[in-house]
Ligand binder design. Structure first.
Ligand code: HEC
Ligand SMILES: [Cu+2]
Length: 383
């Protein structure tokens, strides 16, 4: 290997890297645009159901649920979607500045490297010249200019950080409790309404108080430019002031296990009147629910679905189909009837009655008495 080979390899790498970055920047938006829609059109979905079978009757959707099914306001972009909150301008400007500065120095430094590699390459009959040890003007310049740049970036970042973390006073209706759990989000409002989709009013400050029942999650609403860790056994907060109505994406951005990538939901920004209407009508609907319907809502909204099926197949936990009234064999060899008491005990101390072949992974999910009764009725109904 010649002595020039490493230098040549380096120059090569720099050029190839540059080309790849440029190409990625040009192609990515068109790749994103070419992605097919994530959900199949309703017609296709309906076609897969067996014809003529009187399956579960279609559940009537409330207006706010229909609204949440509307397409996302911004979708399919390579960059972050346009901002839809008041505190988003700071981080957005900062991002562009940091990106611009990085691009500028990337090209200047890489350009200089390539230039020097070529200019001072080894040639027969060429002698290497000694390098100067010091150059005061140069060294002072390359210390002062970057210092000024990073101080400006710091001050700007500090100011927008302060505005994002100083939570303004807001009325009770706009204070929402968020629970993260493997692998879904639950939002609880001041009047007890619970939902898996976040509903908020436009043009008012909204405060979220967040915690987790299991592991570390992170709550992220790209259009509001907010992202905050959600930690078990403590509370963290975010606030935002939505400026645009519509449906937007919500993600978990902390790897939290197998189905982390499915731990996403939506935020629906309502006009102020619609939001109050949502709160009162969802309250009425939730409280009118009882028995198996409430149990089904618990099953779908509290993450049971992730581990228990209704079709007889085994996921992480046993299926609910045809279980009620059977005899359950436990790991200690005893047999107990699968009845109301067994279900209640399983919910309140899941590891108390362990079944062979299942990991002790059923979490304690806080449920009210009414909800436990609902779950019992619901499991009874799975014949
Ligand atoms: C992370 C997975 C997971 C989640 C989430 C989960 N379970 Fe379980 N569940 C299990 C496992 C595993 C068992 C078996 C436990 C054992 O044998 O120790 C179980 C057992 C049960 C049993 C006893 C049934 C039987 O046949 O032994 C009931 C009832 C039950 N779960 C209800 C629920 C309800 C209701 C929810 C939602 C509020 C829920 N589970 C959420 C994993 C889960
Ligand atoms: Cu998560």
């Amino acid at each position: 290997m010649s002595r020039r080979a490493p230098i040549r390899a380096l120059a090569h790498l720099a050029v190839v890297g540059l080309c790849a970055m440029l190409l990625a920047g040009v192609l990515a938006p068109s790749i994103a645009a070419a992605q097919p829609a994530a959900t199949p059109p309703p017609a296709a979905a309906a076609a897969t159901a067996p014809a003529g079978a009187p399956a579960t009757p279609p559940v009537e959707k409330a207006w706010w649920e229909t609204k949440a099914d509307e397409p996302y306001v911004y979708d399919g972009t390579y960059w972050l979607p346009p901002a839809a909150s008041t505190t988003a301008q700071g981080p957005d400007d900062l991002f562009i500045w940091v990106l611009g500065l990085s691009a500028f120095f990337f090209f200047v430094i890489t350009g200089a490297v390539i230039y020097f590699v070529i200019k001072y390459r080894h040639r027969p009959g060429h002698k290497a010249e000694p390098s100067p040890e010091h150059h005061d003007v140069l060294e002072i310049t390359w210390t002062i200019i970057p210092t000024i740049i990073v101080v400006i970036l710091f001050v700007y970042g500090w100011r927008s950080y302060i505005s994002m973390t100083s939570i303004p006073e807001t009325r009770a209706e706009n204070q929402i409790a968020v629970t993260g759990q493997k692998w879904n989000w639950t939002f609880r409002y001041y009047n007890g309404v619970e939902d898996n989709v976040l509903h908020v009013p436009q043009d008012q400050p909204v405060k979220l108080t967040m915690t987790s029942t299991d592991v570390l999650h992170s709550f992220f609403i790209p259009v509001f430019r907010i992202k905050q860790d959600v930690v078990p056994r403590r509370y963290s907060y975010v606030w935002f002031w939505p400026t645009k109505t519509g449906v937007f994406r919500v993600y978990c951005t902390e790897y939290c296990g197998k189905d982390h990538s499915l731990m996403k939901t939506k935020v629906v920004v309502h006009t102020s009147g619609d939001y109050e209407r949502y709160l009162s009508e969802a309250f009425t609907k939730q409280n009118a629910m009882s028995g198996a319907a409430l149990g089904e809502a618990v099953y779908k909204k509290k993450g049971c679905e992730g581990c228990h099926t209704l079709d007889g197949s085994v996921r992480l936990g046993p299926t609910f189909k045809g279980q009620f009234g059977t005899q359950v064999k436990l790991a200690d060899g005893s047999t107990v009837p699968m009845d109301e008491t067994y279900i209640r005990t399983s919910l309140q101390s899941p590891q108390g009655q362990s079944r062979p072949g299942f990991p002790p992974s059923m979490p304690v999910i806080p449920l009210s008495d009414k909800e436990i009764e609902g779950v019992i009725e619901f499991i009874k109904a799975q014949k």
